[in-house]
Design a protein around this ligand. Structure first.
Ligand code: SF4
Length: 215
């Protein structure tokens, strides 16, 4: 079995399966080819994510999911997990990958899955995303492109804010807990419709400054 999972410091030891950021994120670009604001400041293109030992499993996973036995191997790898995150970096860039994730989430009904994605921008992904969202153990969170708290209508979603928490959103408090979830599991909870993450990092600060200057 060759499954390569990630354990990021934020997630209280919860495992994730990830791909290389931007290369596997077709939803990161707007029609004019420019990165959307949230992706311009993406944490997964800076810091530790630039190291070869972090890139390597992500590049490996890009090929590995294509194996016929990938879903079965993932089921074995998640045998003792209660929570799981797709993706710490990257996105479900392929419909075939999305269908395999659907099969995995359907079979691994003892695991609560959190799936942040921008693939909702592509019509052909609508059926598979709807099927995923209909599973009791899955929260598909449609990521807003905004870094100023704009919220996508009518879905479980997430946004980034810089000043005040958008009305009705649940504020992620990881920034008050040394960058860790610290027992919070709101992202995996279908009853929490919008999660708002406070913008952080030098790169994100620059993006927000440019946006503010244009307004
Ligand atoms: S909202 Fe809760 S579960 Fe989600 S990232 Fe923040 S601390 Fe973790």
């Amino acid at each position: 079995m060759t499954i390569k999972l990630s354990k990021t410091s934020k997630l209280d030891g919860i495992l994730s399966w990830s791909l290389q950021a931007l290369d596997t994120c077709p939803g990161s670009k707007s029609d004019n080819g420019e990165l959307v604001p949230a992706c311009k400041g993406c944490y997964a293109t800076t810091g530790n994510y630039r190291f070869a030992n972090v890139k390597k499993p992500r590049e490996f996973n890009r090929e590995d999911w294509k194996r016929d036995t990938w879903v079965n191997d993932m089921l074995i790898a998640l045998d003792s997990s209660r929570y799981f995150r797709f993706f710490d970096s990257g996105d479900m860039y392929s419909l075939e990958l999305a269908e395999k994730i659907l099969e995995l989430c359907t079979k691994a009904n003892w695991v609560k899955f959190w799936i942040p994605t921008r693939m909702h921008k592509f019509k052909k992904f609508e059926p598979v995303l709807s099927k995923l969202q209909a599973l009791d153990n899955v929260v598909v969170r449609y990521s807003s492109d905004s870094v100023t708290g704009e919220i996508l209508a009518g879905k479980t979603s997430s946004t980034i804010f810089s000043d005040s928490v958008p009305a009705g959103a649940f504020e992620c408090k990881a920034y008050q807990n040394d960058g860790k979830c610290n027992g919070c599991r709101a992202c995996y909870d279908k009853d929490v419709s919008v999660i708002a993450y406070k913008a952080h990092g030098v790169k994100m600060a620059k993006v927000i400054k440019i946006i503010a200057a244009k307004q």
